[in-house]
Design a protein around this ligand. Sequence first.
Ligand SMILES: Cc1ncc(COP(=O)(O)O)c(C=O)c1O
Length: 450
Amino acid sequence: MTERPVLDLSSLHQSLTSPVSESMNLLNEVALRYPQAISFAAGRPYEGFFDLDSVHRCFETYRAYLVERLGDEAAVRRELLQYGRTKGIIHELIARHLKTDERIEADAESIVVTVGCQEALYLVLRALRRDESDTLLAVAPTYVGLHGAAQLADLRVLTVSDTEGGVDLDDLERVTRRARARGLRPRACYLVPDFANPSGQSLSLPLRRRLLQRAAELDLLLLEDNPYGLLGTQHLPTLKSQDEDGRVVYLGTFAKTGLPGARIGYAVADQRVGGAGAAGLGGLLADELAKIKSMLTVNTPPIAQAVIGGLLLENGCSLITANAGVREVYWRNTEHLRRGLVERFPYGRAPSVQWNQPAGGFFSVLSVPFAAGDELLGVSAAKYGVLWTPMHHFYAQEEPCRQIRLSVSHLTAEQIDEGLDRLADFIQDQSSACPAPPPTNVLVAKKGRS
Ligand SMILES: Cc1ncc(COP(=O)(O)O)c(C=O)c1O
């Protein structure tokens, strides 16, 4: 028998050996290894409203809509079952949804429907990376998937501090100017302005305006990623809805407001693309993204698009109303978590345990008096039966920091109570085992109080 060739891992793409890919794998593995543990780690939508029957119904709703538009069954069959339009088939409904819920006036032609927001991210980063000097700025802590997509695109990421309520504009300017002085070409700054993953922070309205202005002064694009904006008790105008000069590429997903299993996301890329090689007066960035998509996933499954299309049609293209029930669950869980933390870490008695209180989304951040890394996560899972996410993963650093991310989006009140009891025991034991900490570097946190 001939020996199978052995591939040297170090000869494969560098993303495969990066801490980022380990970050992405770590949590799945820990959760599988300790199925009995209560997980504050998974940023998963609540499953209580998942309903297979509604999937069929939404599909039929979209089918009926197509019959009316296309007139004949053969055309409908082709639209749903054949290879299809690279930019997607539900772009007009998404444009209506953006106008209704976010007051974003998007030309449907500027929308590319993608396989989750993750693909949209990749397409944009891939398009922006021409050569080694191209650089992305990202507000840190950052969604791990952004680093993953950047690595796949071989794109350098420089981080910008979030200390000024979601983004530090002076740091943005400093990092941009320093990068340019080094001969780098900062192309865009990525951020999640609403209930960010992982910090839970939201940018205030004045800060959004100042950010748009500063981005124009610095000649940067902004990549606005907004999976959680409709899932809060406050709803601020998106950057894109205030984007008068086409500086914002908007990234969306129906994973949190529709069905994660449909894997439907999108990019709104209405920037003009001109210069040598551009067609005529220049097309849209969306069309360039579509070219990359045609080389990657060809088109987003029309069957999955039909389900989300039906969901939009059944709700007048508004997901604000469609998500009223789940928003209530998230709000109740967040309040339950907050009260539980106040009870277990009373103000004054545990001064080095602090947390922030986002008004929506899935995440909050807890500061603890010890470096909470992967090793301690293992201890927490095995000995205490509770999982959480070490925050250092969101800073793309291996060195653990004194913060953990908590999510209660998919838990019941009983699970939150039990999980908090376990977490409090774990924190108590670790705190007594470690020396007194230096002052905390809480990113957002005020002491949570009732
Ligand atoms: C900030 C952020 N962006 C993008 C995504 C990915 O979205 P999708 O599941 O649509 O790929 C997530 C998922 O958790 C996220 O938190």
